[in-house]
Design a protein around this ligand. Structure first.
Ligand SMILES: NC(=O)c1ccc[n+]([C@@H]2O[C@H](COP(=O)([O-])OP(=O)(O)OC[C@H]3O[C@@H](n4cnc5c(N)ncnc54)[C@H](O)[C@@H]3O)[C@@H](O)[C@H]2O)c1
Ligand SMILES: [Zn+2]
Length: 346
């Protein structure tokens, strides 16, 4: 099936309209008519080659929601007409210990990313900036009624990427948590952490978005450019989630952790980060990372968000505005996620 899409021809060229091929619907596949696709900073890192060489032309997009228009003969969990979502992965080995534990994102054979990956049939995956996608039904989520469809799209990556570490490190009442960076991931981290009943502090470069941060559910808001912030907050937090797309001064943020506190990096800058081990040793602190979340956990997150009326704050754009949107994300000028209306693609 030939479908309309937007693709990056190379690392330094603007995205352009194109036509791509989707595979035939297999027995366990669903064909999804994509309605909305979120624009994640990872799309930009990937397209620009921050994380290494890529297969071009490359259709990004891993925050996908749409309607099932065809289901393979063996598909039981999704039906034609269902509201569904696809996140950052479309396959995994299903057999390794991590897949069996529901952590398909940590598949030992390597999970298949939604774009720029090699699927089990050897083809290169192409993502959600397109009108349609064919995905194995086991990697397709149900989007609960009641969440605005366009604003649900960013939950498929930004939502699960923040929900998973918040749950893993037990965010909840009595815990003091900080979110570093108030972008796409950061603003959902604030909403989800607040809904989990935890005390939430935003650490942002400036106070420009303070009003938004408090509206989203933060209890406190500090500018990291203010020299008083770091001494004032020293030793306070049980958990810090760093969503910043660029390198940060790890030692400065680690010193904000209480004894046994953990700093979790979900931000994925191209450059290596360094730290002084004494910053960890001094208070039995941990430094960790976390990658999206498993399929079951992603469904749990979607249900949690529906129950707590959580979705992304979005700016809906037509597909031809994608290059401008990339520039604005890189300039930290988005409140708080661009979402492409994919009906503007054809
Ligand atoms: N671990 C995962 O599974 C996972 C999943 C999705 C995204 N990511 C990564 O998370 C990062 C954030 O993604 P996003 O879509 O939320 O991006 P975003 O651009 O929407 O948000 C990034 C935030 O970081 C802030 N920022 C940028 N440079 C900064 C600097 N030098 N100092 C302080 N703050 C700075 C920006 O102002 C913005 O608020 C990206 O690196 C992305 O690739 C990781
Ligand atoms: Zn993403």
């Amino acid at each position: 099936m030939r479908v309309h899409a937007y693709a990056a021809p190379g690392p330094s060229e603007p995205l352009v309209p194109t036509i791509i091929e989707r595979r035939d619907v297999g027995p366990n596949d669903v064909l999804i008519e994509i309605r909305y696709a979120g624009v994640c900073h990872s799309d930009i890192h990937t397209v620009r080659g921050d994380w290494g060489p890529q297969p071009y032309p490359l259709v990004p997009g891993h925050e996908i929601v749409g309607i099932v228009t065809q289901a393979g003969s063996e598909v039981t969990r999704h039906q034609v007409g269902d509201r569904v979502g696809v996140g950052c992965m479309v396959n995994s080995c299903r057999d390794c210990v991590n897949c069996r534990n529901g952590d398909q994102q940590y598949c030992l054979a390597g999970m298949v990313p939604t774009y720029a990956g090699v699927d089990r049939d050897g083809t290169i995956t192409q993502g959600g900036y397109a009108t349609h996608i064919v995905v194995d039904a086991d990697f397709v989520l149900s989007v609960p009624e009641g969440i605005d469809f366009a604003a649900a799209a960013p939950l498929l990556c930004a939502g699960i990427t923040t929900y998973s570490p918040l749950r893993h490190w037990n965010a909840g009442p009595g815990k003091n948590i900080a979110i570093v960076g108030l972008g796409g991931l950061g603003h959902l981290a604030v909403k989800i952490a607040h809904a989990l009943g935890t005390e939430v502090t935003v650490l942002s470069q400036s106070l420009k978005k303070q009003e938004d941060g408090l509206r989203l559910g933060a209890d406190h808001y500090h500018a990291t450019s203010d020299p008083d912030t770091f001494p004032q907050l020293a030793g306070q937090f049980d958990l810090i989630i760093n969503t910043v797309s660029a390198p940060i001064n790890l030692d400065a943020y680690l010193r904000l952790l209480a004894v046994d506190g953990t700093l979790v990096n979900v931000g994925a800058p191209a450059e290596p980060l360094t730290l002084n081990v004494f910053t960890l040793i001094d208070a039995r602190r941990s430094y960790a990372g976390s990658l999206i979340g498993g399929i079951h956990e992603t469904q749990e997150m979607l249900n949690f968000c529906a129950e707590h009326h959580i979705s992304a704050d979005i700016e809906l754009i037509s597909a031809d505005k994608i290059n401008h949107a990339y520039d604005r994300v890189l300039a930290s000028d988005v409140r708080y996620r661009f979402v492409i209306d994919t009906t503007t693609l054809d």
